[in-house]
Design a protein around this ligand. Sequence first.
Ligand code: IMP
Length: 440
Amino acid sequence: MLPTFSAARTMPTTCVVGILWGDEGKGKVIDYLAADTDYVVRFGGGHNAGHTLVLPPSVAGEGKLVLHLVPSGIVHPHTVNVIGNGVVVDPIHLCKEVEMLRERGIDVELGRNLLVSERAHVILEAHRRQDQWGEAVRGNGRIGTTGRGIGPAYSDRCARVGLRVGDLCRPDSLRAALGALAEQKNALFKPAGLEPLNVEEMFAALREAGEALQPGIVDAGAALRQARLDGRRVLLEGAQGCLLDVEHGTYPFVTSSHASTGGAFSGTGMPPHAMKTIGIVKAYATRVGEGPFPTELHDETGDAIRKAGNEYGSTTGRPRRCGWFDAVAVRYSGAVSGVDELVLTCFDVMRGFPLRMATSYKLSDGSTTTDLPAFDLDGVVPQFEELPGFEEDICHIRSFDALPQSARDYVAAIEHHTGLRVGTISVGPGRDQIIRRHQS
Ligand code: IMP
């Protein structure tokens, strides 16, 4: 009898997700965990993501490394990195990212340490144009997308007119599918005043990318199921954050994928199984793009946090909106994603600031809630708890007990109000700037 997944003596899977609106520092946490992992897998989003790694020069040369599509395990020579079927792939961007990594001295070999699911959908030039046009038409109601074609690519997947990465290796059907798609899109583009698509140009660019990527284009779901049967350790790398999840987030100001843990199985082809979920959350809150943000600061304190935390988008360079920690939102996302443990990042940035957190929301009818409402989030009034801040530089601290008392009290308050344990604290961008807490 063939072995089945459920019968396998499998290693536990770990899933890492952003808790609020992304940019929580997942790249650093994945890099840290990937040292003890065999496979690192992206299960959603596209090159709208920006995962930043600050590595020793011996690993990737000088300067930080920003990954958009390639999983953050790529800097560890022993890991296999997988772009799962739930990701939307811009093949031209992916080729450039691989090239950039090689120029930085990182060994990338398609088919060995980088696999791309043949079932992942492709982002086309048409999607980028649609995305940017859609935002322009929405005007003040815009979402604030990254403009990279993410939403339209996922829309075409659902509309069953999309192209998959495996199509890039099938020239005849690729040309036919592009022709049909261009005919349909151009009929919409013309009245909107958009430049029509050129099938031959698109075909040539996609074929070139397809040939370069071909050795790595595989049935990634089958590879992952087999890896689990073989007892390999799998790390799932979430993109964006739970509040940008298309269903559980602050709709419609969300991305178009399932960014919470729920997306991890459909986005990889691995069947549901027990796993450890780690939620990444900053010691304050940030958001890029439009949409409700109850604890947002519109004053000089918000500007000061942005400056202290260098809060500018790693994909678009946009200034991030900054605000206080929101225990209501964190608790909600932790529950939706089944978070077992939080990693609290950017704690060093809070030096010199008061430590404030929202613990409940007052609604327009005068009632108070500790749940995140699905509607009218922009009308809630957060109720805050404030603790004294700390003045010390904590970047060099490596043990929880060595943190200032006020910092430890803040962590205890986060645990109290979110119901989630803070297992790890990051006190700087570097690989070693981590405090691991032991289970008490
Ligand atoms: P899209 O994913 O480009 O369609 O953008 C939808 C929303 O998600 C916008 O508010 C973006 O700013 C936000 N977004 C997308 N990717 C990221 C990310 O990696 N970090 C933070 N926000 C993101």
